[in-house]
Design a protein around this ligand. Structure first.
Ligand code: FMN
Length: 199
């Protein structure tokens, strides 16, 4: 399938058939997600992969009882990571290991740190969440490209997820992506006409 076919045939699957996706395919999907772009390349995300059926059953009631949770093969919980300074330090170490010239490295790191030094927790969260959605899109298109289906989901209680998954405060569940093999059919696409969208 070329990119156009992938974009046009992907749809928000409401029910999966419960079959497990091959681990090799999942690994391929995770690579596509990991390579998503992010501002400054800070990659402020952590993605929890859930396959355990009991855990999925526990999460369903705090996900508007949506069937995708329990019928999916894998439930990916896209979290924003608000420890931005921590990620900048990790990038610094990678720059160093890649042999980047010290002066260039320091300039890059300082520029990033300056951008977030006085940022409020609220700003850091909203900034990180915006990056998360780019990784989410890679998951949706990547799933289709690899031969399976997906549903992006915001219909869940982020605080309850954090509690059930025992997440630290800086890891904030932001969006879900359920993946599996569809047990429903795509609905006709409803989109605003191009005259309405582009100006
Ligand atoms: C950020 C986001 C959150 C969404 N949350 C849900 C959800 O919780 N449950 C659901 O069934 N669909 C959810 N959707 C799917 C949308 O309803 C769907 O993408 C839209 O209606 C267009 O349909 P299509 O994706 O099938 O083309 C979500 C989509 C996005 C992008």
């Amino acid at each position: 399938m070329d990119l156009k076919q992938i974009i046009m045939s992907r749809y928000a699957t409401k029910k999966f058939d419960g079959k497990k996706i091959d681990q090799k395919k999942i690994e391929e999907l995770l690579e596509l997600i990991r390579h998503a772009p992010s501002s400054f390349n800070i990659q402020p995300w952590k993605i929890k992969i859930i396959t355990d059926q009991k855990l999925k059953e526990q999460l369903k009631p705090v996900s508007m009882t949506q069937d995708q949770i329990t019928t999916s093969s894998h439930l990916l919980v896209f979290c924003a990571n608000t420890d931005i300074m921590g990620n900048i330090d990790k990038l610094d170490a990678q720059f160093k290991a890649s042999g980047m010239q010290d002066e260039k490295r320091a300039a890059s790191v300082n520029m990033m740190k300056d951008a977030f030094e006085n940022a409020s927790e609220e700003y850091k969260l909203s900034w990180a969440q915006r990056q998360v959605y780019l990784a989410l899109e890679n998951a949706l298109l990547g799933a289709k490209a690899l031969g399976f289906d997906s549903c992006p989901m915001e219909g869940f209680d982020s605080e309850q997820y954090a509690k059930i998954l025992n997440l630290p405060k800086h890891i904030v569940p932001t969006a879900l992506c359920t993946v599996g093999f569809a047990a429903d059919k795509p609905r006709p696409k409803i989109r605003f006409p191009k005259e309405d969208v582009f100006f």
